[in-house]
Design a protein around this ligand. Sequence first.
Ligand code: A3P
Length: 326
Amino acid sequence: IELVHHVNEIEDDQLVRNLPQEKGVDGGRLCNYNNFWCRVKFLRPILNSQKYFKAHDTDIIVPTLPKSGTTWLKALTFSIVNRTMYSINQSPLLTTNPHDLVPQLEFKIYAKNENPNLDENIYPTSPRIYSTHVPYHLLSNSIHESKCRMIYICRNPFDYFISYRFFLLGNEFENEGKQSLSLEESFDMFCRGIYPFGPFWDHVLGYWNAHLENPDKVLFLKYEDLKEDVVLNVKKIADFIGFGFSEDEEKEGVIEEIVKLCSFENMKQLEVNKKGIFNGNVVEVKNCSFFRKGEVGDWANYLTPEMIERFDKIIEVKLQGSGLKF
Ligand code: A3P
């Protein structure tokens, strides 16, 4: 009932009515706000978080496009930060989905309450770690102004697209029911940039440019690089957030333990991730849908050479001169 009420509120919203709108890939409505495509029901929480979130200098923010490795990065960051608080076999990750340990600003924190008092929340970790899917240019000013740091992760656009497609097919995001488009139609929307939190290229470029301008503030990671050498990247993340590993820790194999705990194989088979439901207030998601294949290159099983060629041409133009490559 609350959800319906919330949606109606947004539908009545003058702001949304005046924005360009399109039907999204799963039949839900998207609106274009400040050059990004947003599910209509996510707009209000996004605006709330933009307006009210007050970052602490010690905060760690994990911004991503959904399906880029968010769950993995959350698990790793949480484990790095809390390694002295919990031993590996007592890690909250064994019984709690990473999305419940590292809350999403717009879905979890600002969805129900316009301006919650975050200090009253008993936050499980210190420093606080939050995630967001919001593009760089729409983050709360306090994130820019404070000394908090951001760890961005992106993923090859084709794997991102396929992963997202399965995620949408496996969950029910819209009240009006599932009306998913065909693969071809979805891909066409993707190429036109009309995709939740998209266009893809603007999202990645926003954080890429921010990383180039201020590498101490924004760490830029790729899912494929983590797959290739996760130990190296765990060290990189730890150093970046000021939680570097000591020589003794390295010798004792602490990094490898964290990597194993957060591995796809381990996380996928945990009871909480097999059966649990993530309540994101605006949406409910099956925990198991965050763990599908965890591979690089699965797109090759679904996309045609024509599709690849079309998107390659677009992305080449969009990323031209940026130094960013996929
Ligand atoms: P696939 O659908 O290609 O399998 P997000 O966490 O941003 O929603 O991204 C989900 C993608 O990351 C899914 O990709 C999922 O399987 C993969 N993933 C989730 N946990 C992972 C882990 N611990 N290691 C590697 N990949 C993981």
